[in-house]
Design a protein around this ligand. Sequence first.
Ligand code: DQA
Length: 171
Amino acid sequence: MSRVWERSGSGPPVLVVNGPNLGALGRRDPGHYGALDLDAVMSRLVKLAAELELAVEGRQSDHEGEVVEALLAARGRGVVAALLNPGALAHTSYAVRDAVEAAGIPVVEVHLSNVHARERWRHRLVIASASAGVIAGLGPLSYELGLRAAAELASRARRGPPSGQAAEQAR
Ligand code: DQA
């Protein structure tokens, strides 16, 4: 694992997993990815997590297998939901897709850039079919909205499936 941000805050923990090249944020193609580095993105998430009464922790790895391992280990470590920016693995990795499916927690996929407005090969998102949802194109706000979504999905999972009219209203 290239980088670890230790758990911070109190409350149910949400894991933020970043794939290849996201360690270079801040100096990498700021036209697409903005000026903030991953430390700054994580600091913003730590602040928001406090508001949402969650804890947050992070990983960044340039290795596909480490992304898989982080996802598969999460639930056993008490993590209730995850945000995943797979980087370019979003377009290629069936292994990460299967890990998202097997993780046993809701995984919200996030992208800083609007992948649908870029090269054609970025339009294909192979992990998305296993993700709880995808938020793309909003810069660091994609992560922040992703954390709000992860918090809501995790608390719904803890409450159990709604039934009848409650199920209608929850949609
Ligand atoms: C990215 C989009 C991917 O296409 C790219 O390979 C990345 C970053 C994003 O956050 O916009 O590494 O996931």
